[in-house]
Design a protein around this ligand. Structure first.
Ligand SMILES: *Cc1c(COP(=O)(O)O)cnc(C)c1O
Length: 349
């Protein structure tokens, strides 16, 4: 597949911004090239590494890829935005999403004036492969697949992802924000086979660092180079790079322990919820949240709120009618949620 043929002509033609740190990468004792303030301020008076190479080297070790196959963004949200701006000509090209799914694909496309074609998932939340391929036209540049999917919590079957990768003529993005909670393998291993595959992951969920805003993308060198060309020069700030390095070097075991605890809690919660007679359905989860179907979701949502508990009401989302999306919290938080939900039974009768 010829990636360049998918790229907007202006992006192919443009020259990337060249910062002081891009133009001089060597060692020196006096740096007077970036108009920085010379007085130390905990090291923050200097611009950060534009490519965050130290962070990428640690990620490369963990993920088994080369640093040239990694892009880092100001959250996954920036990854989505950069991809749309590289490949989608406003008012000409389109993206395909598979609702119910993450809302940012649509929002990012809207801000770029790029059309969105939607092909809803089946009732058991799997992509309709044939229908997606029928819906795709020569302007369909990106297909977004979220696995495990938000808000439905399930894995997208690997065989369907593979079928789409083999047949779709544009970029296939697999958003793996919740992959660390899943029994399914990451698609990262396929990036060497499919130059049009981009796998997104994030520090916001399993790593417990939503506050530092750090998203990852894995893909062919061709696509990653384009992303680096288009991104703002210092999109991952120095504090974030430091926090990420500390995390990757010293706190991977803590992350694994957290994930294990969350998975155990998820199973416990799901079993208890299934036992409540007013609960119609607890959907299977491969993520750190549970989708629950109940007869009166709006009332339950309000009831929980009056008790200081906020969940996500997904009742108005197609295929999620009657559903609340509940994040797995600490054991104490989950106990409190289950207690308050149980007490609400009189509302449901
Ligand atoms: C939470 C989430 C993300 C993470 O976004 P960040 O910008 O990295 O915080 C990405 N994709 C999905 C589907 C999510 O639910």
């Amino acid at each position: 597949m010829n990636i360049n043929a998918l790229v907007r002509p202006n992006i192919l033609k443009m020259k990337a911004y060249s910062s002081a740190r891009d133009e001089f990468k060597g060692a020196a004792s006096v740096f007077l090239d970036a108009n920085e303030n010379p007085y130390p301020n905990d090291g923050l008076n200097r611009y950060p590494d534009p490519l965050a190479m130290a962070v990428k080297r640690e990620i490369a070790k963990i993920k088994g890829v080369d640093t040239e196959n990694i892009f880092l963004g100001n959250g996954s949200d920036e990854v989505i935005d950069v991809l749309i701006r590289i490949f989608c000509e406003p008012r000409v090209d389109n993206i395909i999403t598979l609702p119910p799914t993450y809302g940012m694909y649509q929002v990012s496309a809207d801000t770029c004036d790029v059309a969105v074609k939607t092909v809803p998932l089946t009732v058991d939340f799997q992509p309709k492969v044939e229908e997606i391929l029928r819906e795709a036209d020569e302007h369909s540049k990106i297909l977004f697949i979220c696995s495990p999917n938000n808000p439905t919590a399930n894995n997208i079957e690997a065989s369907r992802i593979l079928n789409l990768l083999n047949a779709f003529k544009g970029i296939v993005v697999v958003d793996e924000a919740y992959i660390d909670f899943s029994t399914q393998q990451s698609c990262i291993e396929w990036i060497s086979t499919f130059p049009n595959l981009v796998v997104m992951q994030t520090f916001s969920k399993a790593w417990g660092m939503a506050g530092i805003r750090l998203g990852m993308a894995f893909g062919s060198k061709e696509v990653i180079d384009l992303m680096n060309k288009v991104k703002p020069p210092y999109n991952v700030n120095e504090l974030t790079q430091r926090a990420a390095l500390d995390l990757l070097k010293n706190k991977a075991a803590k992350k694994d322990a957290n994930v294990k605890e969350i998975l155990a809690e998820r199973e416990k919660m799901a079993a208890i919820l299934r036992g409540y007679d007013f609960v119609e359905k607890v959907y299977p989860s491969d993520a750190n949240f549970i989708l629950v179907k109940i007869p009166r979701p709006n009332e339950m949502y309000q009831w929980l709120l009056t008790h200081g508990i906020v969940v996500r009401n997904r009742h108005t989302v197609t295929l999620c009618e009657g559903c609340l999306r509940i994040t797995v919290g600490t054991p104490e938080e989950n106990r409190e949620l289950l207690r308050v939900m149980k007490e609400s039974q009189f509302l449901i009768a």
